[in-house]
Design a binder for this molecule. Structure first.
Ligand code: SAH
Length: 283
């Protein structure tokens, strides 16, 4: 049966679980440290509770809402506010370079949002500029936001923050920690939402890194190796490297520096850099 909130249908297919706990909303605002010079992007404003608080503190808000009914409701609710722009679009289809940042400098461009959880990873990958990062590295990527403060499901936050050797550690940890400095801000219980979801939540802050801390020779090869290692987590490093397409000769080169019987998940980012820098092309 369809649930309603403020007389509007709650749409499961759009991942709608509205944050209704005022204390949590205030805590997100406090910990986000937004200022009157900021331009804030909100993904999925919903009924606009977070939006309302953000709008009062910052220079401009740009909010993207896929649900037409919520969008119309928001337009109406905030019709007196001249510093908010709403767009009725799928965030994943939005071209970030087309956003009018109103000449606000990069340091003041932030994302603050309780995002739709069914597309958490694609949202983060879009903000991280995954495609360019994996091809050419951090220094070549387009950077639109200096800070990203988002609420997401606890399990995904744990994977993003994970350190080597844990079961949460994987390619999501590596790409996020490569692109951002990440900090956990708040733990949020599932009862703070309507309807109550199955998962608990975490708010994290991700600061965009501007340049590479590493000298990566071939980005594509490195991410292929990382993928190989984490899609076959239980295999030895030797097998994972084979799966990633390394030649026997290259595997022997790696064996001069690494014990190939360990599992790849024991390696940290700089090890993957080192391994990929040791070898030639992948067949
Ligand atoms: N931020 C609000 C709502 C969270 S629910 C709050 O904290 O209460 C997730 C919101 O994202 C919903 O409003 C949903 O309609 C919207 N949404 C879902 N998919 C989206 C997409 N692809 N692009 C933009 N908004 C989306």
């Amino acid at each position: 049966m369809t649930k309603y909130y403020n007389n509007l249908p709650v749409r499961k297919r759009f991942g709608q679980n509205f944050l209704i706990n005022k204390f949590v909303i205030d805590e997100i605002i406090n910990k986000s440290n937004i200022t009157s010079n900021d331009f804030v992007l909100e993904i999925g404003p919903g009924h606009g509770y977070l939006t309302e608080k953000i709008q009062k503190l910052v220079k401009n808000v740009f909010a993207v809402e896929i649900d037409r009914d919520l969008y119309k409701n928001l337009k109406d609710k905030f019709k007196e506010c001249s510093n908010i722009d709403f767009v009725n679009e799928d965030f994943l289809k939005l071209e970030l370079s087309q956003i009018d940042f109103k000449n606000i400098p990069f340091e003041n461009r932030k994302v603050v949002a309780n995002i739709p959880y069914y597309i958490t990873t694609p949202i983060i990958m879009k903000l991280a500029n995954e495609k360019i990062i994996k091809r050419e590295g951090l220094s070549k990527s387009n950077k639109y936001f200096s800070e990203i403060i988002i609420m997401l499901q606890k399990e995904v936050a744990d994977r993003i923050l994970a350190k080597k050797g844990t079961k949460e550690y994987g390619s999501l940890s590596l790409i996020c920690q490569y692109a951002f400095d990440i900090e956990k801000l708040i733990s949020v219980d599932k009862t703070c939402f309507y309807p109550i979801p199955k998962v608990d939540s975490t708010v994290i802050k991700m600061k965009t890194k501007l340049k590479d801390d590493f000298n990566i020779v071939n980005h594509e090869i490195m991410w292929k190796i990382i993928n190989g290692v984490f899609t076959s987590r239980r295999k030895s490093l030797r097998n994972s490297l084979k799966i990633a397409g390394l030649s026997d000769k290259d595997i022997e080169k790696v064996s001069l520096y690494y014990d190939l019987s360990i599992r790849g998940e024991e390696l940290e980012f700089r090890d993957f850099v080192k391994i990929s820098n040791l070898i030639g092309d992948i067949s």
